[in-house]
Design a protein around this ligand. Structure first.
Ligand SMILES: Cc1cc2nc3c(=O)[nH]c(=O)nc-3n(C[C@H](O)[C@H](O)[C@H](O)COP(=O)(O)OP(=O)(O)OC[C@H]3O[C@@H](n4cnc5c(N)ncnc54)[C@H](O)[C@@H]3O)c2cc1C
Length: 135
């Protein structure tokens, strides 16, 4: 089983690599405890918990990296003169904040664990905190 960059390396623009590695570790710890009597199910549970966020951020990384790391003058122009203006128009600031704080989706897929979707994390209400910061 893999966690961190060994599982899902991306380019660093979104600033999520270390965060995602820590979330992987938490999810794997949870899966191991949950499947103590069924070790062969650990991987399935672990990967299913993390898949949604990882697929999203890998897609975003693949899509956005050329804007920051390429030889294209066109993409550089779009980044500096078009995107830089578009991100000021609501709801773009909120979306950008959610993206760089890793909150575009829940870090652990909900619903898979029925009554215990949050992996027993004592999480703050990040969405509320995010909204307050943007007001
Ligand atoms: C330029 C840059 C900027 C970044 N900025 C951010 C940021 O702002 N925010 C963020 O969250 N993330 C950022 N990241 C990404 C983040 O650094 C990584 O996603 C994160 O460190 C991954 O953690 P990891 O434990 O999976 O791997 P690593 O931190 O790479 O740890 C792997 C460890 O394994 C060791 N190792 C390798 N091979 C072996 C072996 N054969 N035997 C024993 N040990 C071995 C390595 O020496 C290393 O210590 C950035 C990355 C880069 C390159």
């Amino acid at each position: 089983m893999f966690i961190g960059d060994a599982y899902h390396s991306t380019s660093p623009q979104l600033g999520q690599g270390a965060n995602m590695a820590l979330l992987d570790a938490k999810a794997l710890d949870f899966a191991i405890r949950q499947c103590a009597d069924k070790v062969h199910e650990v991987g399935e549970l672990y990967y299913s918990l993390r898949a949604r966020q990882i697929i999203l951020f890998q897609f975003l990384s693949r899509f956005l990296t050329p804007f920051y790391q390429s030889d294209s003058r066109v993409l550089g122009f779009i980044r500096d003169h078009v995107v830089s203006q578009l991100v000021k128009i609501p709801p773009a600031p909120r979306l950008m904040a959610a993206m760089v704080s890793g909150l575009m989706v829940e870090p652990f897929s909900r619903g898979l664990l029925g009554a215990n979707p949050i992996l027993q994390l004592d999480e703050p209400d990040w969405h509320k905190w995010n909204d307050q910061r943007l007001q």
